[in-house]
Design a protein around this ligand. Structure first.
Ligand SMILES: [Zn+2]
Length: 177
């Protein structure tokens, strides 16, 4: 399953040149951004989160949920082989580090207190991710009228649960991945 995934290896200097100081500190030096400061902790739009270092798609917005921690949290990776885990005993704690399987970028940690069905909480740093909104990915059947507005229909039509029964939700479900 991992044979198709070529490892990306770069020198420290190359990573430093490619990334912003914050991205470099977090992904290459096992850093952690401050809670509620990252770009994506509150992002709810559908789309794919890629590794900021190598561009590999790692997490789907469908598995993102509100954990209340101030960091983007997911219940599962996009693909089981997309990320790898390692034991992390730093800071006098015993945690499980999550890294990009392709380039070893530090993404965050995974904890066993997530929602069902996985029971996992992938607690990640926004700075390690690059979000690609679903409609920016070039879906030819993007909604014609709601186009630009981010929160569109839900607000206009009231809170009747329109978001889960919308035509788009139904259409995009089986497609998954
Ligand atoms: Zn990567």
């Amino acid at each position: 399953m991992t044979d198709g995934r070529k490892k990306v290896e770069k020198t420290d200097a190359e990573w430093r040149a490619q990334l912003s100081p914050e991205q470099y500190r977090i992904t290459r030096k096992q850093g952690t951004e401050r809670a509620f400061t990252g770009e994506y902790w509150d992002t709810k739009e559908p789309g794919v989160y890629r590794c900021v270092c190598c561009g590999e798609p790692l997490f789907d917005g469908q598995t993102k949920y509100e954990s209340g921690t101030g960091w983007p949290s997911f219940s599962a990776p996009l693909d089981p082989g997309a990320v790898e885990t390692r034991e992390d005993r730093s800071l006098f704690m015993r945690r499980t580090e999550v890294v990009c399987a392709r380039c070893d970028a530090h993404l965050g940690h995974v904890f066993p207190d997530g929602p069902r069905p996985t029971g996992l909480r992938y607690c990640l740093n926004s700075a390690a991710l690059d979000f690609e909104a679903a409609d920016a990915a070039g879906d030819p059947r993007a909604e014609p009228d709601a186009g630009a507005a981010g929160t569109e229909i839900g607000d206009a039509a009231g809170a009747g649960g329109a978001e889960s029964t919308g035509p788009d939700a139904a259409a995009s479900d089986p497609a998954d991945r």
